[in-house]
Design a protein around this ligand. Structure first.
Ligand SMILES: Nc1ncnc2c1ncn2[C@@H]1O[C@H](COP(=O)(O)OP(=O)(O)OP(=O)(O)O)[C@@H](O)[C@H]1O
Ligand SMILES: [Mg+2]
Length: 229
């Protein structure tokens, strides 16, 4: 099967109205391919999170479009949209949003259960994934019993549970120390290699964004290629 593509065309997003109107994205054109890694950098408030939310279909543009394999994700029926969110894109948020009432194992299994996979299957896959990141002994722990870095690695597993074509990662290392940040990035790159996942990552940190194959910077509402150092 050929690689999937995620594409933004003339993407614009404004917040507010009248004199309070803020044009955050002023026409972004970009194409991402499954199996490749991309970083989006830019000053705080430049619109990185806004762009990532639009690419993943969790917010709507003011105008322009996002295409997944040439289909506009904003024209999806609600069923197609659920499928897209559940199977084609995975999200990692800066503040991991694990569910604190659920164990590590249950947090990871959740995406599979929502998809309709059997509990047994989800449990086996979650354990296999936890082995991959050396956290098998934490399966029964609750998120608050883990370190920040461990929580972030668990949220990576949750985001990739259904093998999404694209992983959208918003400052995935934002509140980690250098060593944990390195671990998370290595995990992302390993998943990219093993599952042919596309990675689209927002980061301020040159240690992090320089590990991606293609770099972009967001400035004045426009996205342009960017060279590291
Ligand atoms: N729901 C909203 N309503 C109004 N303004 C918003 C909303 N969401 C974002 N903004 C504004 O849009 C701009 C871009 O925000 P965004 O969160 O995309 O920036 P960012 O590049 O991710 O910044 P950071 O690096 O700090 O995370 C900011 O000026 C922000 O205040
Ligand atoms: Mg942001």
């Amino acid at each position: 099967m050929s690689n999937s593509r995620l594409e933004a065309k003339k993407l614009k997003k404004s917040f507010g109205r009248g004199s309070r109107k803020l044009d955050v994205l002023r026409g972004v054109d970009v194409e991402f391919e499954q199996g490749k890694s991309y970083a989006i950098t830019g000053a705080s408030g430049s619109g990185k999170s806004t762009l990532l939310h639009l690419l993943g279909g969790i917010d709507e543009p003011t105008s322009g479009d996002v295409y997944f394999d040439n289909m506009s994700i904003f024209k999806f029926s609600s069923k197609q949209k659920d499928l897209f969110l559940n199977q084609n894109v995975g999200f990692i948020f800066q503040f991991h949003y694990l569910i604190k009432e659920l164990t590590v194992l249950e947090n990871i299994m959740l995406m599979g259960l929502i998809k309709g996979e059997k509990k047994d299957f989800c449990e086996k896959r979650a354990i296999k994934l936890l082995n991959l990141i050396g956290l098998k002994d934490k399966i029964k722990s609750y998120p608050t019993q883990l370190s920040g870095g461990q929580q972030q690695r668990v949220s990576v597993l949750r985001a990739i549970f259904n093998n999404p074509k694209f992983l959208l990662a918003d400052e995935p290392t934002g509140n980690l120390d250098a060593e944990n940040a390195q671990n998370v990035i290595e995990l992302l790159l390993k998943l990219k290699r093993e599952f042919n996942m596309g990675i689209i990552l927002c980061s301020h940190d040159s240690e992090v964004y320089s590990k991606m194959e293609s770099l972009f910077s967001l400035h004045d509402g426009k996205l342009s290629p960017f060279k590291s150092k």
